[in-house]
Write a protein that binds this ligand. Structure first.
Ligand code: SF4
Ligand code: SF4
Length: 344
């Protein structure tokens, strides 16, 4: 079998429409796809009345990364996750840092890595888990499920770094088959997400709520972009929505640099990120982090009760880890929500 055949698999989530087309139920675009055509993301095709994914195991990038790079700051601190991505996306973000793969439709040059090979690499690279990332992982739903099942049977964790736009059906399958944690990108407030990503952010919030309800560890990231989502009201409303779900949910406010179609503005000023962090704290979030600013104290974890330094980070490495074995602040004994055992 050639790589093209190996990457072509029948999609798990679809239904026939009344007029004989196929509706894809993988993400909230819920594309209706006529015979012979592709969906919005160009990774799913109606072939003879059945929906197929074209990118099962078609890997564009693979690397063993610190879990802090996703970023996850409260999940298996200091561990490594074998991270893979494929091609294309269901969003159209103007600032995409991975546009070379997310803006590229899958082509005939396939780089197939089977779930079994993938798991052998997890072991060889001494990783503690998996991460589907780089482009939107939901488009790799079928592959993720197969990888996750194998990973769980071997005692590894599974993570998604996602725009959070999967359908409830897709989220359910991920949860049932071994997803442990998601970092969800909340890209801004309603109008900005519609304008720049062509998406409805309310679906993202619903998935955050549902994932947390079902016991998935969730961290939220917002790339703070001048004149897109940096106004105080927008940042405050994001912070409030996270707090209303759970004040312990980590929120990463990260620095934008000009990229892809958004080169008409400056990098995010550090003081804007500091203000965003302050807003998060004022709204009651206990763990708000500044990202993409190496050496900033906002990369560290501080005890929300007594202010003690708990985890000191430098970019993606851990310089100091001071949380006790029973996951408490060593000074005041406050419980610190950290999932999993770290290697530290
Ligand atoms: S995954 Fe989303 S964008 Fe792609 S075909 Fe399915 S519904 Fe459309
Ligand atoms: S969702 Fe992520 S991968 Fe997709 S276009 Fe936006 S930034 Fe790029």
């Amino acid at each position: 079998m050639g790589n093209n055949d190996l990457c072509l698999r029948e999609a798990i989530l679809s239904e026939e429409t009344e007029d004989g087309k196929i509706r894809c139920l993988t993400c909230m675009r819920r594309c209706i796809i006529p015979e012979g055509k592709l969906g919005f993301c160009k990774t799913r095709k109606n072939i003879d009345g059945k929906l197929f994914t074209l990118t099962y195991g078609d890997i564009s990038s693979l690397s063993a990364n610190p879990i802090e790079k996703k970023p996850f700051f409260h999940f298996y601190v200091g561990s490594k996750a074998l991270t893979v991505g494929s091609y294309s996306c269901n969003f159209l973000c103007y600032w995409c840092q991975n546009w070379e793969i997310s803006n590229r439709a899958p082509d005939e040059f396939k780089n197939y890595v089977s779930p079994e090979q993938f798991m052998r690499l997890v072991k060889a690279y001494k990783c503690q888990g998996t991460s589907i990332s780089f482009n939107e992982p939901t488009l790799m739903l079928e592959y993720s499920l197969d990888v996750f099942k194998l990973a769980k049977s071997g005692g590894y964790y599974n993570t998604y770094v996602t725009n959070g736009y999967m359908t409830p059906e897709a989220l359910s399958l991920l949860v049932e088959n071994g997803l442990d944690a998601m970092n969800v990108d909340v890209k801004g407030c309603k109008e900005a997400v519609k304008k720049y990503c062509g998406a409805d952010v309310d679906y993202v919030w619903s998935n955050i709520r549902e994932a947390k309800k079902r016991g998935i560890h969730v961290e939220v990231t917002t790339l703070v972009i001048p004149r897109v989502n940096d106004d105080v009201d927008c940042l405050r409303s994001i912070a409030r929505r996270i707090r209303d779900e759970d004040e312990n949910t980590p929120w990463h406010v990260t620095r934008f640099h000009p990229e892809y179609k958004m080169t008409d503005r400056e990098s995010t000023p550090i003081k804007t990120l500091e203000q965003a962090r302050q807003i998060g704290v004022e709204e009651g979030l206990k763990y708000v982090y500044i990202g993409n600013v190496p050496g900033h104290s906002g990369e560290n974890t501080w005890c929300p009760n007594c202010g003690e330094l708990l985890i000191e980070r430098y970019i993606f490495s851990i310089a100091k880890y001071r949380i006790t074995e029973d996951k408490k602040c060593p000074k005041c004994g406050t419980e610190i929500p950290i999932i999993g055992e770290s290697n530290l």
